[in-house]
Write a protein that binds this ligand. Structure first.
Ligand code: NI
Length: 132
């Protein structure tokens, strides 16, 4: 695809942030970094749409915290129409790893994942999606 040039005006501190981003991520130049940021942003937005996607919610939590196991279970029942399967692994005495395979509208899956990941006691949580 043809490349077009355009001028960008930025405040000094924003430009410093861009240059740090370029060097931290070892982009060859600013254009490459800006291209990456735009693509990332557009992809993130697509996840909030009605597209049918499949993916997984992965979360690690301390099952002693509050009623987390019960709450996570209740949320999953509430959204059972989006859940294909779930796997629970007892990592050690305290921690559990839960992988929940999901399929449905991207925005619904995002909503479900946000609810699960926001539970108190979740140490790490992430939703991964791919076009179904
Ligand atoms: Ni467990």
């Amino acid at each position: 695809m043809a490349v077009r040039r355009f001028g960008v005006s930025l405040e000094e501190d924003i430009l410093d942030m861009l240059d740090s981003y370029v060097s931290d991520n070892q982009f060859p130049n600013r254009s490459q970094a800006i291209r990456h940021l735009i693509e990332q942003h557009t992809i993130d937005k697509k996840w909030m749409c009605n597209n049918e996607v499949a993916g997984a919610v992965v979360m690690v939590y301390d099952h002693h915290k509050n009623d987390i196991t019960k709450q996570a279970n209740e949320i999953q029942h509430e959204y059972h129409h989006l859940i294909l399967s779930s796997q629970h692994i007892h990592l050690d005495h305290d921690l559990c790893l839960e992988t929940i395979a999901v399929k449905g509208q991207a925005k619904e899956l995002t909503y479900l994942a946000d609810k699960l990941i926001a539970l108190k006691g979740v140490k790490h949580g992430k939703l991964v999606m791919s076009r179904a």
